[in-house]
Design a protein around this ligand. Structure first.
Ligand code: S3P
Length: 438
């Protein structure tokens, strides 16, 4: 059954909000705790459909995970795995599919990984190719998409050192290679055109891996046993972003997002919004393991359009749909280029957002690798809008609907929000958005 949001224009956002745990960190915590020696307690893990796919995959290979009513998970790390009886279904989760390809290849567990319609359209050759160069047998469909089939191989350590230059900045490809490298004795060096999120590197180091980060280059020497490590998952900056932008564009708003992960490879949205004249203050900075955490206070402020410089693309890769909403409310033009990766996410985020914003009275020009958005007055469209089965599109358009002057927006197929932020509408209601789930 398809779910919809009805969002009424108007209202302001107030108060203190704690958004759920970071999705990227939650996936990695489950994977690394599963293969470490000993038990790891994970606190604040995101219980979204994407992360639950990773949990189910870990259980399918025989990992024991205890879930408590207080939301913690106790992962019993193991070095003895069983072969899954059936293909593993990973729903909408690109992170699960790409990182688990590296994990299962490295562990020499033959398996087939498949996903929903959206995931089955996304490029997977980008992980299969480097894994094959490392000597693993990883196959995709003829057009380079899922299902991914990992076959067992008799001989380990077929290559000496492995050096790989990522064709695009991608934490998922980088992580897949790093995870696959854990189980051999080889030295693997990866460099990327610009720095992508580094949660894998930081967390593997916390689990005791021999890993070195040098700017855009990372080197890992496999063969060292991972040791159990407790993890406190920070709130997800990608989920906080919907509140940060909403408070920036809705007059009268003043909101504080509590204990948000502020890793410098993820905080591009804060820098870009500040360039746009947003009123954002960072308070109560602290460190949780290797991850930086802080409270983020946001008050409404008139925004101005900017030209986004290319180094921010990877640092804000998941925040562009909501940043486009900020641009739609800003004075002047916002220009983005070098962002063709946005067309390969859960939907074609450049096209889908361009189409929706046009229907909401905003002037946009699409480019192959970006978009120009001229700020104006967002208006409620004459028709219902559709999420394109992309969680971040659904949440971004909800914020756009709140920023209109009058009317109600109906947004269809919002069940996709479950993949990263199951209580989005409840927290938005609490903060002051008039949003109903039907
Ligand atoms: C993620 C990396 C990013 C991001 C995705 C999560 C991760 O993808 O878009 O939502 O957890 O590693 P790419 O690395 O492919 O850009």
């Amino acid at each position: 059954m398809s779910h919809k949001y009805i969002i009424e224009s108007g209202g302001t956002l107030q108060g203190e909000i704690t958004v759920p745990g970071d999705k990227s960190i939650s996936h990695r915590a489950l994977m690394f705790a599963s293969i470490a020696k000993g038990n790891s307690l994970i606190n604040g893990i995101l219980r979204s459909s994407d992360v639950l796919c990773t949990l189910a995959a870990m259980r399918a290979i025989g990992v024991h995970v205890e879930e408590s009513t207080d939301g913690t998970m106790l992962v019993h790390g193991t070095q003895e795995f069983r072969q899954p009886r059936e293909p593993i279904y990973l729903g909408n989760s690109g992170t699960s599919m790409r990182l688990l390809s590296g994990l299962f290849a490295g562990l020499n567990i033959p398996v087939e990984l498949h996903g929903d319609d959206s995931l089955s359209k996304r490029p997977m050759k980008r992980v299969a190719d480097p894994l094959c160069s490392m000597g693993f047998i990883v196959k995709t469909s003829p057009d380079g998409t899922a299902p991914i089939i990992i076959e067992s191989r008799d001989q380990q350590d077929t290559i000496e050192d492995f050096n790989y230059s990522l064709p695009v900045a991608s934490a998922q490809i980088k992580s897949s290679i790093l995870i696959a490298s854990l189980f051999s004795k080889i030295r693997t060096t990866i460099d990327e055109p610009s720095k992508s999120r580094n949660h894998t590197e930081l967390m593997l180091r916390d689990f005791g891996a021999d890993i070195r980060i040098n700017g855009k280059e990372v080197t890992i020497v496999g063969g060292r046993e991972l040791i159990a490590h407790d993890i406190q998952v920070p709130s997800d900056i990608s989920s906080a972003a919907f509140f940060i932008v909403a408070a920036s564009i809705i007059p009268g708003s003043d909101i504080t997002l509590k204990r948000v992960g502020l890793n410098p490879t993820r905080d591009g949205i804060i820098h870009l919004l500040k360039q746009m004249n947003a009123d954002i203050t960072i308070e109560n900075r602290l460190q949780s393991g290797s991850e930086a955490i802080a409270d983020i206070r946001v008050r409404h402020s008139p925004l101005k359009g900017i030209t986004i410089s290319p180094e921010y693309v990877a640092l804000a890769i998941d925040e562009f749909p909501i940043l486009f909403v900020a641009a739609a409310c800003a004075k002047g033009k916002t220009k983005l280029r070098n962002a063709e990766e946005l067309r390969k996410k859960e939907s074609d985020r450049i096209h889908v957002m361009a189409e929706a914003l046009e229907k909401m009275n905003i002037k946009v020009t699409e480019y192959d690798d970006g978009i120009d958005i001229t700020g104006g007055k967002l208006k409620t469209p004459n028709e219902a809008l559709y999420s394109h089965d992309d969680h971040r599109i659904a949440m971004s358009l909800s914020v756009a609907a709140m920023a209109t002057q009058t009317g109600n927006l109906t947004l269809n197929n919002v069940e996709t929000v479950e993949s990263s932020f199951p209580n989005f509408h409840l927290l938005m209601q609490q903060a002051g958005m008039n949003i109903t789930l039907k």
